[in-house]
Design a protein around this ligand. Structure first.
Ligand code: PLP
Length: 389
């Protein structure tokens, strides 16, 4: 059987149209976008056209888009950039416990430089309360950074309300929209975001390219020093092919958004119903909260998630756990522990994430495979035999 890829939140295949648009920029169109000659001019024109497409996806002005190497760099540029440009002695950041490590570890690094950070809790469904954001504000708060959609649960955070709170308090607001762009409408004005992160490889562009929206007038210290690229926000010769790919992917995402969202949400719902019906004790995490249409996080009690991922891979289904390997030990996902799952249940949870190419037949194939794989692992679990078997 052909493999069923249900790990699109991890990365997506490059769209054929994206690849085709990129190819000339590896061969005949190899100019440096900063060169004056015609090779350079054509590269520059391609970069600027891509900037327009990426800006259009999020309702921004092209001049407000900074191309980066991906979501991680965009998050770091936003966080270090805002804090670094703030001349106050005492500084404070508000974020949540369920951010991606690109945000969490950047905040932790700033804590070591005496920046105070508030990590807000989330509800059992995986959503932060905007009132908690309001209550956490201090006179020295320099930045609020709250993600749009969570990568593990798909839960959508109330960022428009948070944007309003930030605006009222005159505090910069950054949102990591890496997992929402292309899946949900993203509009910087509605959100009230001053900074917004995007990553190419989550929306059918290649790995290693991304963008940061920076609202006009925002004070931002660059991460790197070099030439005057990207309006002095991000020096370095532009990744022309990657940027062109991101631009094309943004166009496709905008064109497909509504149809994809409806089709994929129906497949996701079918998958979740089947899991709950066919696998004893299976539970959907983040249920009841607004979620991205493609993400399903399911706890299969009495199963070791890593073992289940491997068992499913052997059967041709690719999915993931939210666990991180730290110092040789498997740490349960910080997101699942933040929603209150005990470590054993967090370790027993898998994420299935669908994409533009996912077919109904693939979802049916996964539905046939997963229950048996869970059952076989449970048969080996003495705990299951005793408590639930
Ligand atoms: N932010 C979120 C929410 C993500 O899911 C990811 C990738 O998993 C990133 C940031 C990092 O993006 P990149 O892989 O482009 O560095």
């Amino acid at each position: 059987m052909k493999s069923v890829y249900l790990d699109h939140n991890s990365t997506t295949p490059v769209a054929p149209e994206v690849l085709e648009t990129m190819l000339p920029y590896f061969s005949s169109e190899y100019g440096n976008a900063s060169s004056i000659h015609s090779f350079g001019q054509r590269a520059r024109a391609a970069v600027e056209k891509a900037r327009e497409s990426v800006a259009a996806l999020i309702g921004a002005r092209p001049a407000e888009m900074v191309f980066t190497s991906g979501g991680t760099e965009s998050d770091n540029l936003a966080i270090f950039g805002i804090v670094g440009a703030d001349s106050r002695q005492q500084k404070h950041i508000i974020t949540t416990q369920i951010e991606h490590h690109a945000v969490l570890n950047a905040c932790q690094a700033l804590e070591r430089q005496d920046v105070a950070v508030t990590y807000l809790p989330v509800s059992r469904a995986g959503v932060v309360d905007p009132e908690d954001v309001r209550r956490a504000l201090r006179a020295e708060t320099a930045l609020i950074t709250v993600m749009h959609a969570n990568n593990e649960l798909g839960t959508v955070q109330p960022i428009e309300e948070i944007g309003r709170i930030a605006a009222e308090a005159d505090v910069y607001f950054h949102t990591d929209a890496v997992q929402s762009a292309g899946k949900l409408p993203v509009a910087v004005e509605r959100i009230g975001a001053d900074l917004l992160s995007l990553s190419g490889h989550k929306l059918r562009a290649p790995k290693g390219v991304g963008a940061l929206y920076v609202r006009k007038g925002t004070r931002l210290r660059p991460l790197f020093y070099g030439g005057h690229h990207e309006r002095d926000r991000r020096p370095g010769t532009e990744n022309v092919a990657g940027i062109v790919g991101l631009g094309r992917a943004a166009q496709l995402a905008a064109a497909n958004l509504t149809a994809d969202a409806a089709r994929i949400a129906a497949l996701r719902d079918r998958f979740e119903r089947a899991m709950v019906d066919r696998v004893p004790h299976a539970r959907v995490n983040g249920e009841g909260a607004p979620r991205t249409p493609n993400t399903s996080n399911i706890t299969y009690p009495f199963v070791e998630g890593e073992a289940l991922v491997i068992a499913l891979d052997l059967k041709g289904v690719a999915c993931s756990t939210g666990a991180a390997c730290s110092a040789g030990a498997i740490e349960p996902s910080h997101v699942l522990t933040a929603i209150g799952l005990p470590p054993d249940e967090a370790r027993a949870s898998l994420r299935f994430s669908l994409g533009h190419d996912t077919t109904a037949a693939e979802v049916e194939a996964a539905i046939e495979i997963v229950p048996g794989a869970v059952e076989r692992l449970r048969e080996l679990s003495p705990l299951y035999q005793k408590t639930a078997g």
